[in-house]
Design a protein around this ligand. Structure first.
Ligand code: ZN
Length: 344
């Protein structure tokens, strides 16, 4: 091989860089015969030229290595799907997604709660939402629960580390509602408000007890309000909701925030004398209610000698269970599709 026939480093560089663009396996360029040939020529050079020539070949090899590494990195990136978040929505892709309306529906408690609040709105009640955390004053103290009173044990619930309480009843809004609407009494109008909301209890769970459920509180205050008004209001609600005439009954009970207090039962809508839903008694205990305790009215700045009122709280789940003959309250929060789809 003559000196003239030997490819120069610059010739090999141009050739290999051009080939690098074409080959499928870029690292093969680093083993190219012409690159090996350049190294092979070192020994044939005069001794004084070898170091400089060797450095130049090494420099070319190092340049090729960097180009190979870059090409390999580019190929790796290109193989991943690249999502351009700034790109306009692909309309066709969107149309292929299932629409929410064909796949889901409102939760049965939401649907039924809307029916209940709608009945109360037609009866002239205002609707005020409850809250998910509250303080001791509104949950207990303002409702005539003295500190350390054993009645608090019936409302065992959850507390945050800084002392806030997950309300065990929507009555936690009663003091606020009474204060907010009491100017109506001066105008000769009654206070009539319902308060739907989630409530929480530290319960042993079973078919009838859940740690989280939905309550609807009712508050009505005016002049000459009696137990008769209470019974008539609740009976109207239930007959509207169940779409049939019902017999109702009240039995004495105890709540700190009402006096007298009652349990309110209705004749079983499923039978005429006894069935499994009503434990063959013909009556179903549905809710707690009573005449608002004078201490509760006074705490809200209402003259209990001039005005009287009633309040109640019922669980929406129990209402819905009776309407649809649902045997276990835990179905509502189970997320089971075969349960939920019956209501869609
Ligand atoms: Zn029955």
């Amino acid at each position: 091989m003559t000196a003239e026939a030997m490819p120069t480093i610059e010739d090999v560089r141009a050739k290999l860089i051009a080939e690098l663009e074409q080959v499928d396996a870029p690292d093969q360029i680093l083993k190219h015969p012409q690159l090996r040939q350049l190294y092979g020529q070192i020994s044939s050079l005069p001794a004084e030229q070898r170091a400089e020539y060797g450095q130049a070949v090494n420099k070319l090899k190092s340049e090729l290595e960097q180009l190979v590494a870059k090409r390999q990195a580019d190929e790796k990136t290109a193989s991943k799907p690249v999502i351009d978040v700034t790109a306009p929505m692909d309309v066709n892709a969107e149309q292929s997604l299932p629409s929410p309306s064909s796949q889901g529906s409102l939760h049965p408690v939401t649907t039924e709660l809307r029916k209940v609040t709608d009945i109360f709105l037609r009866m002239g009640f205002d609707v005020v939402d409850s809250r998910l955390l509250d303080d001791d004053y509104h949950v207990f103290a303002s409702l005539n629960f003295p500190d350390d009173h054993p009645a608090r044990d019936d409302y065992d619930t959850f507390m945050t580390t800084d002392g806030l309480i997950a309300p065990p009843h929507t009555s936690t809004m009663q003091n606020r509602v009474l204060k907010q609407y009491k100017s109506r009494l001066d105008d000769g109008e009654p206070i009539s408000v319902v308060v739907p909301g989630r409530v929480f209890r530290n319960e042993d769970l079973d078919a009838r007890h859940e740690h989280t459920f939905t309550q609807v509180e009712g508050v009505y205050v005016g002049r000459s309000v009696t137990v008769g008004n209470l019974i008539a209001t609740l009976t109207t609600l239930l007959e509207e909701y169940y779409g049939q005439q019902l017999q109702t009954r009240i039995t004495p009970f105890y709540f700190p925030f009402t006096e007298p207090s009652f349990e309110f039962s209705l004749s079983c809508p499923f039978c005429d004398g006894g069935c499994s839903v009503c434990s063959h008694e013909g009556w179903i205990e549905l809710l707690g209610c009573g005449m608002i305790h004078p201490n509760v009215l006074r705490e809200a700045g209402i003259d209990s000698n001039e005005f009287t009122g009633f309040a109640w709280g019922f669980g929406v789940e129990r209402l819905v269970m009776m309407k649809h003959n649902i045997e276990d309250i835990r179905h509502f929060h189970s997320g089971k599709l075969n349960f939920l789809e019956q209501f869609s």
